[in-house]
Design a protein around this ligand. Structure first.
Ligand SMILES: C[S@@+](CC[C@H](N)C(=O)[O-])C[C@H]1O[C@@H](n2cnc3c(N)ncnc32)[C@H](O)[C@@H]1O
Length: 287
C-alpha cells in the first residue's frame, strides 16, 4: 500500500512516541512492506485510516504495528571480539562475585534470545571449572519490546539456519537437543534466563540494579535525545561497579555524561560516571 508524505510523517511520529524507533528519510518502503498485511486485515485502505485507528487507542493494534516495525536481526555470540572479552575478562569476575551472592545481568533488547542465551552458556561452561558456585546464583533478565520475539525466545527452539548463525559447534553439541526440524536448548540454560516484554521508553525503576547490562544494537534506531534519556536510565540501573555493553558501532560519547568508558582488551564497556557512587574491587581500576 503506498504511503503519502504526510502519512509518512504521521506514522513516523507515532512510532517514535511509542517505541523510540526513529525512521530516517527514505524509509517509507519499510512502513509499506511491513504494515500492508496488517492494514488489509484491519480493513484500512490508507495509512490515514491506520493512523486514525491507532489514535483511537486500540491496544492490540498498537502492539501489532510496533511489533511489525521492530528489526529483530540477531545471532549467537554476535561480535566475536566482544564475546571473547566477555568470556575471558568478565565471566571469571562474575563467577568470583557469584561465590559471594547473586549476580544480575540484563539483556535489554534481547530479540529472539540469542544474546542472553549466549551469555548463559558461557557462564555455565565456565562454572564447570568452579563447581562450588551453582548457576542459580546468576539471574539473567532478558527483555524486548517485540512480543513475537519474546515468544520465540521463550520457546528456545531454533532452526538449523538460526543455529548456523554464530553457534559454536561445541556448544551446539553440549546444549542443544535435535527434535524434528528444530534444536531445543537445554533446560539448564533456559532456567537461567527470564524473559519479559519491556519498552526501553518506560521507567526502569522496578527492574532493580544490575552487575552487567547489555543494550546492544537497539539505540542505533533512536534519536540522540532519546539515547541520552535511555543512557541516563541505564546508568542508574547499574550497580556502582556495574558495567554496560553497547553494540560495536555505538558510543554514548558526545551524547551523555552519565557514563564513562573503560577499555577491556580493546573493547569498550561503560560505567556510571563519577558521582553516581561506586567502588571498583570487582572490575579493576576506575579511571
Ligand atoms: C537488532 S535487534 C538487537 C538484538 C541483540 N541485542 C543483538 O545485538 O543481537 C534490536 C531489538 O531491539 C528491540 N527494540 C526496539 N525498540 C525497542 C524498545 N523501545 N524497547 C525495547 N526493545 C526494543 C527490537 O524489538 C529488536 O528485537
Amino acid at each position: 500500500m503506498a504511503i503519502t508524505e504526510k502519512e509518512f510523517q504521521l506514522m513516523k511520529d507515532y512510532l517514535r512516541e511509542h517505541s523510540g524507533i526513529t525512521l530516517g528519510d527514505g524509509k517509507e518502503y519499510l512502513l509499506e512492506s511491513r504494515l500492508t498485511t496488517l492494514m488489509v486485515q484491519n480493513g484500512c485502505e490508507t495509512f490515514t485510516d491506520l493512523h486514525k485507528m491507532l489514535q483511537a487507542g486500540t491496544e492490540p493494534l498498537r502492539v501489532k504495528v510496533i511489533d511489525a516495525m521492530t528489526t529483530n536481526e540477531t545471532l549467537w555470540f554476535r561480535d566475536d571480539s566482544f564475546f571473547s572479552v566477555f568470556e575471558k575478562e568478565i565471566v571469571p569476575r562474575l563467577i568470583k562475585r557469584a561465590s559471594m551472592g547473586k549476580v544480575r545481568i540484563w539483556s535489554a533488547a534481547c530479540s529472539t534470545g540469542q544474546e542472553p542465551y549466549s551469555i548463559a552458556m558461557l557462564i555455565d561452561h565456565a562454572l564447570g571449572r568452579s563447581p562450588s558456585v551453582p548457576n542459580t546464583r546468576f539471574e539473567i533478565l532478558a527483555t524486548d519490546l517485540s512480543p513475537s520475539a519474546i515468544f520465540m525466545a521463550t520457546s528456545a527452539r531454533y532452526s538449523q539456519l538460526a543455529l548456523s548463525r554464530g553457534m559454536r559447534p561445541d556448544f551446539k553439541d553440549r546444549y542443544f537437543n535435535e527434535n524434528g526440524l528444530a534444536y531445543e536448548l537445554d533446560q539448564k540454560i533456559r532456567a537461567m534466563v527470564t524473559f519479559k516484554q519491556f519498552n526501553l521508553m518506560d521507567s526502569f525503576a522496578l527492574l532493580g540494579k544490575f552487575d552487567i547490562i547489555l543494550c546492544r544494537n537497539v539505540l542505533i534506531y533512536f534519536s540522540d535525545e532519546l539515547k541520552k534519556s535511555i543512557y541516563g536510565k541505564l546508568s542508574t540501573s547499574l550497580l556502582p561497579d556495574g558495567m554496560l555493553a553497547l553494540g560495536s558501532s555505538e558510543s554514548p560519547r558526545g551524547i551523555t555524561d552519565a557514563l564513562t568508558s573503560e577499555l577491556l582488551a580493546k573493547t569498550a564497556f561503560y560505567r556510571p560516571a563519577q558521582g553516581s557512587g561506586g567502588h571498583s574491587q570487582l572490575y579493576g581500576q576506575r579511571k
